[in-house]
Design a protein around this ligand. Sequence first.
Ligand SMILES: Nc1ncnc2c1ncn2[C@@H]1O[C@H](COP(=O)(O)OP(=O)(O)OP(=O)(O)O)[C@@H](O)[C@H]1O
Ligand SMILES: [Mg+2]
Length: 359
Amino acid sequence: MLGIFSRKNRCLGIDVGTTGVKIVELKLDNNMPIFANYALSYDSGSLLQSRDLEFLGDQVSEIVGAVLKQGKFGTKKAVLGIPGFLALISFIELPEMPQSEIEQAVRFEASKYIPTPLDEVSLGWEVVGSFQDKPVEGTQTRQSSKLQIMVVTVPKSAVASLTEVTRNNRLDVAALEIESFAITRCLIGNDRGTFMIVNIGAKATDFTIVSDGVIRMTRSVDVGGAEISRSIAGGLGIDLQRADKLKKSSQIDLMNKGDRTALLIYPVVGMILDEIKRIRELYHKKSPLKKIEKIIFTGGTSKMNSLVKYFAGELSLECQLGNPLARIGAEKKYEKVIEEVAPELAVAIGLALRGLGEK
Ligand SMILES: Nc1ncnc2c1ncn2[C@@H]1O[C@H](COP(=O)(O)OP(=O)(O)OP(=O)(O)O)[C@@H](O)[C@H]1O
Ligand SMILES: [Mg+2]
């Protein structure tokens, strides 16, 4: 009986990335989320190659099934991540209006700029703030209040594919959630202030600006660790496997501008750097009073030796490696291994945290 009882306090976070599946199990212990177990599929890469809808096919069900089996988890309750590139997050402004009228107004506004017909997407929205419009100079007009609304759309076909994955694996789905929300919960929690999260994965890098606990901007570029390995392999004339090993070694020193391998990595890392600068400028133009205080790095590639230090130097801004374990506890036996893989698990931990909050 006790076993069944305790399962209520557990949840899985399932992160389906372009290169693999990561699952984390969290449990509640005296109201504290504790890391209970995890399993990963490393390099199922060729199966999940495409950054397209088709990657959410039967193969994903199978890989999720294999990782579930490997982990022998203590619950079927799960929150699944929706890959960032499948979601469109945008912001609109509406005049102050009764709650009951917002839905219709949002749909009307959204239909103007969302490229797909509204009946093909699941649409969600949330009021994230309000502000006073400045009166036009020289007029007597009263200041009018405006609502800032975050609108999130995901293709219905993606939701259907993910639901299929959960059905095939007999999971009890507590929620589907977009990656950037999970990563924000995991790395920022209730911290106030303005931050940029940069998640450097294998195929893509995702950027999320969070201010006062609310996501304000998201972007994604198709550059990541795979491209770095390819550049090293091409430049040094070695195979990809050796290049990958070198990339993960302590020999990489991006602070040494004469280093031969570093020279090969700069153009790739430079693309991420340029995007950070571009997004920072864009955000500062939009919200001049909310300066980005810190950049928080996560994702497997952020573990590359000297990378975070290099970014800090180039950006003249505080940069740090995010700590996905900051808001959860961990059993002693897991501490060391979790520390090593933590940057890759930020999304899965954030997803599971959400599940613990849902009854
Ligand atoms: N110690 C390390 N140093 C450098 N790179 C590393 C290290 N460990 C892992 N990586 C790289 O991190 C990447 C995997 O990171 P992650 O698991 O965050 O990606 P992903 O979520 O599968 O990919 P994506 O987000 O693009 O879908 C791979 O390119 C891998 O080579
Ligand atoms: Mg990822």
